[in-house]
Write a protein that binds this ligand. Structure first.
Ligand code: NAD
Length: 483
């Protein structure tokens, strides 16, 4: 495919080349279980080279561009992404098993990030500060320098857009380590960036294993800021590694996000949001609404109507573009199945399942989505991130109880509140511990403009929107005495 002539090379300082040692890793198509290609198995030495190439770019051609020029490059890149949405969606389908319409949506989101951060690049600046007589004091907003980006496999394009888009807009030179399961669109993105005219070294991409290249990037003293999106366990390792050279780190981790449905909600409007936020991308979404807290007076009705929707869900290969695709791997499927085994052991009420289409390839990692009802808020299925198409419904009686359940996990990423009572909307927005609160919707269409990030085990720091531009830059204070 012209967009991605090869998948087993890495990009360092503007040059595509094999990794040191020349090793590769096989990549599986999750819809079929067959090999979809090979990626380069990068090494710590490749990370050294990438960080050094980024540093050279930072003090060279890339660092000399004005903010407006950086913005133009990003905008141009956004156009190229837009022109290649179909190819990118097919690459993602083969690599991640994403139904085509979700892949298209992700590619369009990547284009939007490039456009948004392209337009914002020259609109974030320092300030002048009132100070003592005889002084003029101002702040200069500057990039960190070299930024590292370690990302997961579930939404590669969206996360590249929000993370690299903002870092590049502020003038950082970047080193990207995509997840080993999902490198194709990351490599295609880098090819498009090259075409857009980014100077060599502004974007470097090293593929490979997390414990090899990911760890090497996190430990590298030449990395001035690290953005990590992934699991809590690896996030902790990464933060500890980065702490050894005292660089700042952004952690975008997992979640166990609730949607809370009050009796006065517009239930017809809520229903598709309640379910889709749990099964989108086969539930492999950090902000998946995996807990549905429903007021006792409407509980039976809402659960019955959700069950009906669940029974209509079709699961199958990415190219059939059904409601739900495969999980990323056999290992991921086994992890989700383990939760369902616990549910069966504990006799939880599995009210409805979706259906795997009969012609789904045997080697694909399919799992029928499951809706569970009457789950104790302290049960593992209501506490742990499952990262699969499983939602639990929990009844509540009072607003205080709903807030306590919503806040009753170690996570705090996103929450949805369904009620027509304006005062209650405001109270809950304040009371719930989450980085994004959606009132009478969930996700707000995923707006690139909307700052995103977590509390507690969901991480810290904010990406998306203007907030990311502050995170991917810092300030210097200049105090001039002139008498
Ligand atoms: P993961 O933590 O296993 O992997 C994430 C990345 O870290 C991958 O690139 C991996 O190669 C790398 N990695 C693995 N071991 C490493 C190490 N020792 N040192 C450095 N890097 C290492 O996560 P995953 O399974 O790819 O993704 C799923 C998790 O990501 C879920 O918990 C999900 O909620 C979370 N997630 C969060 C967000 C968010 O924005 N908050 C978005 C998407 C996914």
């Amino acid at each position: 495919m012209s967009l991605l002539p090869s998948t087993d090379e890495i990009l360092i300082g503007g040059v595509w080349r094999p990794p040191t040692g020349g090793a590769t890793l096989p990549i599986e198509n999750p819809s079929t279980g067959r090999i979809a290609g090979h990626i380069a198995r990068g090494t710590a030495s490749d990370i050294d080279d990438a960080v050094s190439a980024a540093h050279t770019a930072r003090v060279g051609a890339w660092g000399r561009l004005t903010a407006t020029e950086r913005g133009r490059l990003l905008t141009r890149l956004g156009e190229l992404v837009r022109d290649n949405v179909e190819d990118l969606a097919h690459l993602e389908a083969a690599d991640v098993g994403k139904p085509l319409r979700q892949g298209r949506a992700d590619a369009l989101a990547l284009a939007r990030y490039c456009e948004f951060y392209g337009g914002a690049a020259d609109k974030v600046h320092g300030e002048t500060l009132p100070y003592l007589d005889g002084y003029t004091v101002y702040t200069l907003r500057v990039p960190h320098g070299v930024t590292g980006h370690i990302i997961p496999w579930n939404y590669p394009m969206q996360i590249i857009g929000r993370s690299l888009g903002a870092a590049l807009a502020m003038g950082n030179a970047t080193v990207l380590k995509p997840a080993e399961e999902a490198c194709f669109t990351a490599l295609a993105f880098a090819r498009l960036a090259d075409k857009a005219g980014f100077p060599p070294g502004a974007i470097n991409v090293v593929t490979g294993l997390g414990e090899e290249v990911g760890a090497a990037l996190a430990e590298h003293p030449g990395v001035d800021h690290l953005s990590f999106t992934g699991s809590f366990a690896v996030g902790c390792l990464v933060q500890a590694a980065v702490a050894r050279h005292a660089a700042p780190v952004t952690l975008e981790l997992g979640g166990k996000s609730p949607q809370i449905v009050f009796a006065d909600a517009d239930i017809d409007r809520a229903l598709p949001f309640l379910m889709n936020a749990g099964i989108q991308n086969a539930g492999q979404t950090c902000s998946a609404a995996s807990r549905l807290l429903i007021h006792r007076s409407v509980y039976a009705d809402v659960v019955a109507r959700l069950a009906e929707r669940y029974r209509a869900l079709k699961v199958g290969p990415a190219d059939q573009d059904l409601d739900v695709g495969p999980l990323i791997s056999a290992q991921q499927k086994a992890m989700v199945q383990k939760f369902l085994d616990v549910a069966a052991r504990d006799r939880l009420n599995i009210v409805a399942r979706g259906t795997i289409v009969p012609n789904a390839p045997e080697g694909g990692h399919y799992l029928a989505p499951a809706l569970l009802a009457d789950v104790d808020p302290n049960h593992a299925l209501a506490q742990d991130e499952i990262f699969g198409p499983v939602q639990v419904a929990i009844p509540f009686e009072t607003e205080d109880e709903a807030v306590a359940i919503a806040n009753g996990t170690p996570y705090g990423l996103v929450a949805g509140v369904w009620t027509s009572d304006g005062a209650r909307q405001m109270r809950l927005a304040k009371a719930i511990r989450a980085g994004q609160i959606f009132i009478n919707n969930y996700g707000a269409g995923g707006g690139v403009e909307l700052p995103f990030g977590g509390f507690g085990r969901s991480g810290h720091g904010r990406e998306k929107g203007f907030e990311a531009l502050y995170g991917f830059s810092t300030i210097k204070t200049v105090a001039a005495f002139h008498g």
